[in-house]
Structures are given as C-alpha cells and as structure tokens.
Write a protein that binds this ligand. Structure first.
Ligand SMILES: NC(=O)c1ccc[n+]([C@@H]2O[C@H](COP(=O)([O-])OP(=O)(O)OC[C@H]3O[C@@H](n4cnc5c(N)ncnc54)[C@H](OP(=O)(O)O)[C@@H]3O)[C@@H](O)[C@H]2O)c1
Length: 270
C-alpha cells in the first residue's frame, strides 16, 4: 500500500483527488491548514507558507502530490486590477521550495506537481508565480512529474456567475477546452503510479468551444437569457489568458453535463 501525501487536499481538485486515491486503496494523508470532514484519511495540519507542520507530515510517505496553490483570482472567482500587477508567492514558490527540500530529506520516491497549461506565455502574475514553482520542481533532484491542466469548470462557472448582473455579456470568441477536476484527479492518480516521470501529457476537457458558447450553455442551465457579445481577442492575448486548446489527454465530462450536476445539486440543497 503506497502512502501518499496530498497538499491542497481540501481544494476543488484536491477533494476529488483524495476521494479517488482512497477508492484506489492508497493510504492518504492530507496536508491542510484545517481539517475537513472526510473519511479514511489522515490529517497533517500545517501551513505551506510558513513550513509549519511540513516535516512530520512527510514521515513514511512514498509519493507526494502537490495540489496546493494560493490564487486570489480563483478564490474570489474574478479578476481585479491588482491581479495584473502582483500575486502572492508564499505558497506556490516558497512553499514548493520548502516542500521539495523536505521531500529530499524524507526520501520521497515521486513528487507529482500540479500545474497549468500555457504558463510559458502567461500574462498574469499568478501564471508567472506558477511557472517559478514549476521551475523549482524541474531543477530538483527528486524523481518528479509535472501535470499541466486546462482551467477547471468550477472556475469558469464562478467567472460567468460574476457576469449575471450585466444586461449584455461581452466574452472573447477564442476557443478553449476547460476540464473538470474529477477528470484531472483520475489522470493525476494514474500519473502518480504508472512508473513514468517528467513532463506529462497535458490534460484538457472533451470539447473545444468558444467562451461565447460556454456562456450560452451556462445561461441555459441557469435559466437566464442575456445577449452574448462575442469579442475578438488577438491570438497572443488569448494564449496569455489561457485560451488555448490542448489535445494531450482529454477528460470525459462535458460542460453541459457538469452544469446539470452542479445545478441539480443546488436545487437539492434548496
Ligand atoms: N483552478 C483552475 O482552473 C486550475 C487549472 C489548472 C491547474 N490548476 C492547479 O490545480 C491545483 C489545484 O487548484 P484548485 O483550483 O483546486 O485550488 P483551490 O480550490 O483554490 O485549492 C487550493 C488548496 O491549496 C490549499 N492552500 C492554500 N494555501 C495554503 C497554505 N498556506 N498551506 C497549505 N495549504 C494551502 C488550500 O487550503 P485551504 O482550504 O486551507 O485554503 C486548498 O486546499 C493548483 O496547483 C492549481 O494551480 C488550477
């Protein structure tokens, strides 16, 4: 039985990943700032930004999956002017450096790092922070894998929810293929134990659609009706914002199926 430490195991991707690893029979320890209700996992409480609790969390661990991040944009579900100037690096850069150093001391056999498609052309500071974290992993002497994913559906939903007050939705025409965290979690669980190392095939969702089309499907699922004003975006600007198509590994869950699940869950809770 492999002993796996998951950082960010309380996040959107992390929760799906932990559930998947438990289902596969792994012994899972979650490194988190505060524990959540979850069965069949050990909790290691600490903070990547300070290093607190990290060393004991690695005891007897074979594999680390680093799915922690601190993204102000993802947390609030929208971009503000400040995001064009700075993004905190304490978790994604300093925290990754600390984690890598301690993994070396703990003889961890595989360090799996979660990253984002298109970082080399990222225009926002968060992307540059993620790239710096990735660079530390590439330079590390540990056996590593880096898995880059397209934007997650939950984030797309949060961003679109922020437009509901607008009478007309101006959205870029650029085509991309966002993906669900459940598909990324399945892929990560395979990558962690398939014996391979290095830069792994990138993962995106099953459909290549314009943001305008994603918006229309979102509106239908929410029962709202706003004209969508397609905004042309230069190829460079589109790539800088992560609007690309990736053919590497394709998730299975479509945006419309995800929306059905999401809003069925909301109705059930109401
Ligand atoms: N969101 C996307 O669209 C997207 C796309 C591609 C790749 N990714 C990557 O996928 C990974 C997961 O993203 P996500 O969207 O699922 O993230 P998320 O939901 O924002 O979760 C982030 C996780 O990191 C933890 N964390 C934050 N600060 C921490 C700290 N100081 N110490 C310890 N843990 C801390 C959070 O714990 P708390 O609960 O304590 O805050 C949470 O568990 C990240 O590497 C991200 O860059 C995301």
């Amino acid at each position: 039985m492999t002993h796996v430490l998951v950082t960010g195991g309380t996040g959107h991707l992390g929760r799906d990943l932990v559930a998947r690893l438990v289902r596969d029979g792994h012994r899972v320890r979650v490194f988190a700032r505060s524990p959540q209700n979850a069965i069949d996992v050990e909790w290691a409480i600490g903070d990547l930004a300070t290093g607190e609790g990290l060393q004991p969390a690695l005891k007897d661990v074979d594999t680390v999956i680093n799915a922690a991040t601190f993204s102000p944009i993802a947390r609030r579900g929208g971009i503000r002017p400040v995001d064009f100037f700075k993004s905190p690096a304490a978790v994604d850069v300093a925290g990754t450096a600390r984690l890598l150093a301690l993994c070396g001391e703990a003889n961890v056999r595989h360090f799996v790092h979660v990253s984002i498609v298109g970082l080399d052309e990222a225009s926002l500071p968060y992307g540059r922070v993620k790239l710096a974290g990735e660079q530390l992993v590439r330079e590390s002497s540990l056996p590593w894998s880096i898995v880059r994913a397209m934007p997650f559906y939950y984030l797309l939903e949060k961003m679109l929810a922020g437009l509901t007050w607008l009478p007309v939705w101006p959205v870029p025409t650029t085509v991309f293929n966002p993906v669900d965290t459940s598909d990324v979690a399945d892929y990560l669980a395979r990558c962690a134990f398939d014996g391979r190392r290095g830069m792994r095939a990138e993962i995106g969702g099953p459909e290549d659609l314009s943001l305008a089309e994603f918006s229309r499907q979102y509106q239908r699922a929410r029962g709202i009706n706003r004209p969508v004003l397609p905004l042309p975006l230069s190829a460079t600007a589109a790539r800088g914002m992560g609007f690309v198509v990736r053919n590497g590994v394709r998730g299975k869950l479509s945006w419309s199926a995800w929306l059905d699940q999401r809003f069925a869950a909301v109705e059930e809770a109401a």
